[in-house]
Design a protein around this ligand. Structure first.
Ligand code: SF4
Ligand code: SF4
Ligand code: SF4
Length: 319
């Protein structure tokens, strides 16, 4: 068969289409959480804003005080920073009289890394400085591998990773679930410090069961709420709040290992509304379609061959 322009274009288009079909037939990547995933259930309705979790976190992770905290004699950071891995913030409305009430009420929220099932920070990092542990699911940071590009910061939908701008050799800083304590048989320091059980450590599956149990509790009735570690057997009896019927973090972006319950809407607590499908999965599906199936390179090559041939024909005609 003579190589005509039409044949060439037809061939490259068909090859590209076939390879693209093959690529899209690859199973779309699902957010995976290891069977032994560990996490935190934060119940805003139980939180009294004492900030013991923040103190425990600073101590366990040897973090320096945050100068942004105002003119107090103690460390009182207003937000997450390169010196603060977790922070308690407050929602308040009107006269802010009643806890766990939207109107004329207030509520607390604890911010930290969500340890996403399919973390955008891991997907965005070009040198694998951010990794998700295959056993515990903890999203960790390797300062030796980091090149300081800050792609993880841009990618994170929760705005969690912070950069040490104040240091000559800055690094990324974020909660790693106190993996150094967990490795020695301990638990996250914030949960170990919490007096009400608002921050509860444990296997994600058990935490989910506990959360769904609480969603059925009758507001104002007294129940046992586990303390520190859901497996510890320790608990405190307190009244249940009128929960919003949602476990935040169960579905968002494929789920996360840190989950939240609340008596006020989550957007009041500053938690973003997010789709169920992870951003990492969406962008990687597009990349895989374009590159792994070789659709884009084949299409580019086809175009290149076409233009080279066209120029060669033109040169030949000119001669
Ligand atoms: S919350 Fe942000 S930093 Fe934490 S795992 Fe998810 S994407 Fe990464
Ligand atoms: S898990 Fe550890 S590092 Fe993360 S917020 Fe709690 S105390 Fe801080
Ligand atoms: S220690 Fe517990 S109750 Fe106190 S602020 Fe932290 S999460 Fe809330």
């Amino acid at each position: 068969m003579a190589i005509t322009r039409r044949n060439l274009l037809k061939a490259s288009a068909c090859t590209g289409a076939l390879l693209a079909c093959g690529s899209s037939a690859q199973a779309a990547r699902e957010a995976a959480m290891p069977a032994g995933a560990l996490g935190i259930l934060y119940d805003s309705s139980l939180c009294i804003g004492c900030q013991a979790c923040m103190v425990g976190c600073k101590q366990a992770n040897d973090m320096e005080p945050d100068p942004e905290g105002g003119q107090t004699i103690w460390d009182n950071p207003a937000d997450l920073s390169s010196r603060t891995l977790t922070v308690i913030k407050k929602y308040e409305e009107g006269k802010a009289r009643t806890r766990n009430q939207t109107k004329d009420g207030f509520a607390f929220v604890k911010l930290q890394c969500m340890h996403c099932a399919d973390p955008a920070c891991v997907s965005a990092c070009p040198v694998s400085a951010m990794t998700k542990d295959a056993e515990t699911g903890i999203v960790s940071y390797n300062k030796k591998a980091c090149i300081g590009c800050r792609y993880c910061q841009i990618a994170c939908p929760y705005n969690i990773p912070k950069f040490e701008w104040h240091k000559p050799l800055p690094q990324i800083v974020k909660c790693e679930l106190c993996r150094h304590l967990i490795a020695k048989g301990g638990i996250s320091a914030c949960c170990a410090s919490c007096p009400t059980g608002a921050s509860l450590f444990g296997p994600v599956e058990l935490l989910k069961e506990e959360a769904h149990r609480r969603l059925l509790y009758e507001a104002g009735h007294y129940y046992e709420f586990p303390l520190h570690d859901i497996r510890s057997g320790r608990s405190v009896v307190q009244p249940a709040a009128l929960y919003k019927q949602k476990l935040y973090g169960e579905k968002e972006l494929g789920g996360s290992q840190v989950m939240l319950l609340s008596a006020v809407d989550f957007h009041h607590l500053g938690m973003p509304e997010l789709p169920d499908k992870s951003y990492a999965s969406t962008t990687e599906t597009i990349q895989h379609t374009l590159y792994k199936g070789m659709f884009l390179p084949v299409a580019l090559l086809g175009g290149l061959v076409y233009f080279v041939k066209k120029n060669a024909e033109k040169l030949h005609d000119d001669e």
